[in-house]
Design a protein around this ligand. Structure first.
Ligand SMILES: Nc1ncnc2c1ncn2[C@@H]1O[C@H](COP(=O)(O)OP(=O)(O)OP(=O)(O)O)[C@@H](O)[C@H]1O
Ligand SMILES: [Mg+2]
Length: 316
């Protein structure tokens, strides 16, 4: 079993991605969701999980998806990965509607799902596109292991490495095909806090080196705001009215990456997103003793801060 989705070649392949001058890698395609819905039938009746999802994801954008457990985040990721079909609406990568798993897409799940009898190097190689030449594949795998800081552990087996190393191997495997769209389902959920922060930075370094359009599902609101250009907050339809859509809010994260984890605009957005998840949190108020107190821009948010301006209410 592998966490990287292998797929049939699609008509609109990476070679069709928009070219860029100066030897830069081609821009990855964006993703578009039009009125996407997914429901499941059971003996108890129809269970609507996703409804009315309209999202346009720009080339190279990082989108984070947050929402309560069971609201359909993994379902959404499976739809974009082509592992499942929407009950309504359509999903496109570039100009092509998704009809099944797709060579341009790779998925990494919460558990690394490495093959225990293979070395880390061999596990990463599993993510290479079919037909990759031996030498080319070896070079690509070596490059990826270097990128995730695992060259020294290439010959080790999963049971011989730490959870963070296994997770980095899983990420390298997902990147092996140079996906245009990288889908991450709580990729750092099982890691300790420090390794998690390092993995977030690693993901951003990789994204800067090899631009990819990313959808990352996370339960961690801070992680979402640190990584993403935009955050989608989803609701559980079971707890909403019959006409409510899945999308509660879209948050445009201000500023550019790399972000300052202590940025007060992010802290304000964090409070708002947590409130959207039903968790009351307080933004720390700067005091004379704290270094931020002397910073004029570090004021408590008001109606004129990016917080209010950047949140699109979509409550129905
Ligand atoms: N194949 C399926 N058949 C029936 N119901 C399903 C199927 N897949 C998902 N569901 C239901 O859809 C709902 C959303 O599941 P999903 O796994 O997408 O939630 P989630 O937001 O990822 O939750 P979590 O944060 O706990 O991972 C759940 O109620 C789940 O039982
Ligand atoms: Mg899930």
């Amino acid at each position: 079993m592998t966490s990287t989705v292998s797929a049939q070649p699609a008509p609109d392949t990476r070679s069709a991605a928009p070219e860029r001058p100066g030897g830069l890698p081609p821009r990855p395609h964006g993703v578009r969701l039009d009125e996407v819905a997914r429901s499941f039938d059971s003996p108890q009746g129809r269970h609507d999980v996703l409804r009315g999802l309209d999202v346009e994801l720009g080339s190279g954008e990082i989108l984070a998806v947050v929402g309560p457990s069971g609201c359909g985040k993994s379902t959404l990721l499976r739809l974009v990965a082509g592992l499942d079909r929407p009950s309504g609406g359509e999903i496109r990568i570039g100009a092509t509607a998704i009809r099944g798993t797709d060579e341009r897409t790779a998925v990494a799940f919460q558990e690394p799902r490495l093959l225990p009898w293979r070395t880390l190097e061999q596990n990463v190689a599993l993510g290479l596109p079919r037909g990759t030449g031996k030498r080319e594949g070896r070079e690509r795998v070596r490059h990826l292991l270097q990128l995730v800081g695992l060259e020294h552990a290439a010959a080790q087996r999963p049971r011989e490495v730490s959870g963070g190393m296994a997770q980095r191997t899983s990420l390298a495997r997902a990147l092996a095909r140079s996906p245009e769209v990288l889908l991450l389902d709580e990729p750092f959920g099982a890691l300790d806090a420090l390794t998690r922060l390092r993995m977030q930075d690693l993901l951003l370094e990789i994204h800067a080196a090899e631009p990819t359009t990313v959808v990352v599902v996370t339960h961690d609101v801070e992680e979402a705001l640190y990584l993403a250009d935009r955050v989608l907050l989803l609701r559980t339809l079971r707890e909403a009215g019959p006409d409510a859509g899945s999308l509660v809010r879209t948050v445009d994260v201000p500023g550019s990456r790399p972000r300052d984890r202590a940025d007060r605009a992010l802290a304000a957005l964090r409070v708002e997103l947590l409130a959207g998840l039903g968790v009351q949190a307080h933004q720390p108020t700067p005091t004379a003793a704290t270094p931020t107190a002397s910073t004029p821009t570090a004021a408590t948010p008001t109606a004129s801060t990016p917080t209010a301006a950047t949140i699109t209410e979509n409550l129905s």
